[in-house]
Ligand binder design. Structure first.
Ligand SMILES: Cc1cc2nc3c(=O)[nH]c(=O)nc-3n(C[C@H](O)[C@H](O)[C@H](O)COP(=O)(O)OP(=O)(O)OC[C@H]3O[C@@H](n4cnc5c(N)ncnc54)[C@H](O)[C@@H]3O)c2cc1C
Ligand SMILES: Cc1cc2nc3c(=O)[nH]c(=O)nc-3n(C[C@H](O)[C@H](O)[C@H](O)COP(=O)(O)O)c2cc1C
Length: 650
């Protein structure tokens, strides 16, 4: 039996024929022009995504009203002037044999600029969950205007050649603000019971249907449950979703969560298993007879196939997998799934970059994403002898990219294993996906013809003798040692030794450093059963923000495990079995202790830079060797270094 038979089966929804059941769901990119029109970057991005061969592509949020725009660089359709650009987007998808739906959106009370300028509207004047600022309560005239705007927008989408529209009724934006009793406190016909709160969504659907005609498919994206304290449940949604179908929804896209849902579950972190929430799609299928799209951490088409075969969903959306590796479906079809780079749900380049850094879309493990216009195809005119020193994520990415472009690459790694710091990161709870990524990337590097020299320390002499034409120094960082009195005690070790299984850690443990390495080491030892774990840091709070999804989960696990976190705290002295701490100027002794684990960071390891400079060898220093940071900086700088290799002139 073909493991993909169900997911590859075509499906017809109204007048839209899909070649298979794989969907790319809406994902904001911030790639639009400053006037919210489609940019060349939008087109290049969608063209690359289309190579997945999915049946249906759904655009990112497209604003139906000037006051409904989520960000200055998101798309809009509130005026005819947007149609030509949107048409180009349609053509790009059709050229590749896919179908495209436009996601119609109004941000409601979650728009920063609208809140700042007093233009934000919502069912009630309950403050935004993201920004804590009050919107203005919509009048019935506002309601009528927005409903009309959805209808106008749907018609423009149809005129631009879109195959369908998706009304965004999920994730805490305007339509869901009406559905939720937490944000909708109206006393009129749009507030009150769930069915009354659903009235606005129903009227939007009615209007859209009226404008686009009977044959044109309309998808409704909903959050099946609100996943927040006091929010509506999947059972509440089961009661009203048939009304949405009666009002015109031909597809129910079963997402979940809202702003403020713990761990940002809408875009779930690595802690959640692939397909973890498909049961919510099933709950919708139980009460409606239109196709239902399931979503949530899908990376493997075979898993989607099983969900469809079980009857949990009719179609399955692959969101971030389209960012990490759009070739995932064609690889699966060709029986070479091992070539697919699977999304590690780190959210670094995608949602967290958009939300917290105001940046444009990227992917921590795919440097092409969001940079399609800059991505060199190769081959280069003149290939150079390139040495890459260090096989962490930065070095592996650099080596692959340089070889892909046609350079002659030698990759040196002093250890017997590839992956650098990520070998240790992958030992922390829930992070085996990181190892899988490194293994897949390493295989790609090997297949690309890179000569790999393991167990080979590049010394100054070796570098001088080898005389490469270009060097990418990806040597990472050196551990910073603890130099307080007593740090040579036998109970002192470092986080890397612990994660590597070299130390049998006892019950009473002190970890010095509450950065990611210290926190994940605490998580690791708590998961192994250590009961009395204290993490100290001289900073006022952990650099691991609980605003990020993984950070939230990590903080929560440590709290649940009874781990103590002490800030503004320095270790003054270590004795066998105890330490003296300085907690904001107050001395405190901690004992008994079986281990003190040091995780106070890394300093760039760049002893080879001197030789490179002295000998005038062209080079780039990337990743943690430049400054200890994250995966995304290592891969981004690694790729860029490879793309920028040019022969020396003169
Ligand atoms: C426990 C832990 C958890 C982490 N979790 C995350 C996370 O969730 N998200 C995130 O973004 N980041 C995380 N990090 C940080 C992340 O792993 C690093 O930012 C990233 O690995 C840096 O990549 P790099 O390629 O620059 O350097 P490295 O990964 O440090 O690789 C450098 C490589 O160079 C080799 N090398 C050094 N000198 C030489 C030489 N002279 N000759 C040959 N080889 C040499 C080293 O052996 C090493 O393999 C974590 C780190 C740890 C330790
Ligand atoms: C960067 C980014 C932007 C997103 N923007 C939207 C959006 O515009 N509209 C929407 O309905 N969902 C949006 N989502 C949610 C995704 O459509 C999807 O539901 C979510 O990522 C979970 O699917 P996945 O685990 O396959 O990535 C976004 C997700 C990401 C990562």
């Amino acid at each position: 039996m073909n493991a993909l038979e169900h997911v590859l089966e075509p499906i017809t929804i109204k007048n839209m024929e899909l070649r298979n059941r794989v969907v790319m769901p809406a994902m904001g990119t911030n790639l639009a022009n400053d006037d919210n029109s489609v940019s060349e970057a939008n087109l290049a991005y969608i063209r690359r995504r289309c190579q997945s061969g999915a049946g249906l592509y759904i655009t990112e949020i497209v604003a139906v009203h000037p006051d409904g725009c989520a960000s200055p660089n998101s798309l809009a359709v509130f005026d005819d002037r947007f149609i030509p650009g949107l048409k180009k987007m349609v053509d790009s998808v059709h050229k590749e044999g896919g179908k495209i739906a436009m996601q119609l959106h109004h941000v409601g009370r979650e728009g920063f600029f609208q809140l700042k300028s007093g233009r934000a509207i919502a069912p009630s004047d309950v403050p935004s969950l993201i920004y804590g600022i009050k919107p203005r309560e919509m009048t019935t005239a506002d309601i009528a205007e927005v409903i009309q705007a959805f209808g106008d927008a749907a018609l423009r989408a149809k005129d631009a050649g879109f195959d369908a529209v998706e009304v965004h009724g999920a994730h805490g934006y305007l339509l869901m603000q009406f559905l939720s009793a937490l944000s909708n406190q109206r006393q009129d016909e749009y507030g009150g019971t769930m069915i009354k709160r659903a009235r606005f969504v129903i009227e939007v659907l009615n209007e859209v249907r009226l404008r686009v005609g009977e044959a044109f498919p309309i998808s409704l994206r909903i959050s099946v449950n609100e996943a927040i304290k006091g929010g509506y449940t999947a059972e509440d949604m089961q009661a009203i979703v048939p009304e949405f179908v009666n009002a015109g929804a031909d597809i129910i896209h079963a997402s979940f969560g809202t702003h403020g849902s713990p761990a940002g579950i809408t875009i779930p972190p690595v802690e959640y298993e692939p397909g973890f929430n498909i049961g919510l799609a099933r709950k919708m299928k139980d009460v409606v007879n239109v196709p239902v799209i399931g979503v949530g951490r899908f990376t493997d088409p075979a898993l989607a196939d099983q969900a469809i075969a079980r009857g949990d969903a009719d179609l399955v959306a692959f969101g971030r997998q389209h960012l990490a590796d759009p070739d995932f479906l064609s690889n699966a079809i060709k029986g070479r799934r091992e070539k697919t780079i699977e999304c590690i749900a780190c959210n670094q380049g995608c949602i967290e970059r958009l939300m917290f850094e105001g940046g444009r879309i990227r992917c921590a493990i795919n440097p092409e994403t969001g940079q399609e216009l800059k991505y060199p195809i190769g081959p280069v005119k003149e290939s150079l002898r390139v040495w890459v020193i260090g096989a962490g994520p930065g070095g592996l990415t650099a080596a692959y990219e340089a070889a892909r472009l046609g350079h002659l690459v030698v990759l040196f790694e002093k250890e017997a294993q590839l992956g650098g710091q990520l070998r240790f990161a992958a030992k922390a709870p829930y992070k085996t996906a990181y190892k899988h990524w490194i293994d897949t990337l390493a295989a790609k590097v090997r297949d690309s013809g890179v000569e790999m020299r393991m167990n080979t320390y590049v010394t100054k002499d070796r570098l001088e003798l080898g005389n490469p034409e270009y060097v990418i120094l990806a040597s990472g960082g050196e551990k910073i040692l603890c130099n307080v009195e007593g740090s040579r005690c036998s109970m002192v070790c470092d986080a890397w030794q612990v994660l590597n299984g070299e130390v049998d850690v006892g019950d009473h443990v002190l970890i010095v450093g509450a950065g990611l390495v210290g926190m994940e080491t605490a998580d690791f030892i708590c998961s192994k059963g250590s009961k009395n774990v204290t993490v100290v840091d001289k900073l006022p709070e952990s650099p691991v923000s609980s605003m990020t999804s993984h950070g939230y989960m990590l903080h929560r696990r440590l709290r649940k495990a009874g781990c103590t976190l002490l800030f503004k705290t320095e270790v003054e002295q270590i004795n066998e079995g105890s330490v003296t701490l300085n907690i904001a100027g107050r001395a405190q002794n901690i004992s008994p202790l079986q281990h003190v684990i040091v995780a106070i960071g890394l300093t760039p390891k760049i002893e080879l830079k001197e030789v490179l400079e002295a000998k005038g060898i062209q080079h780039a220093v990337i990743g943690d060797a430049r400054q200890a940071r994250r995966i995304i900086e290592a891969t981004e700088e690694g790729a860029r270094a490879a793309w920028n290799i040019v022969p020396q002139t003169g």
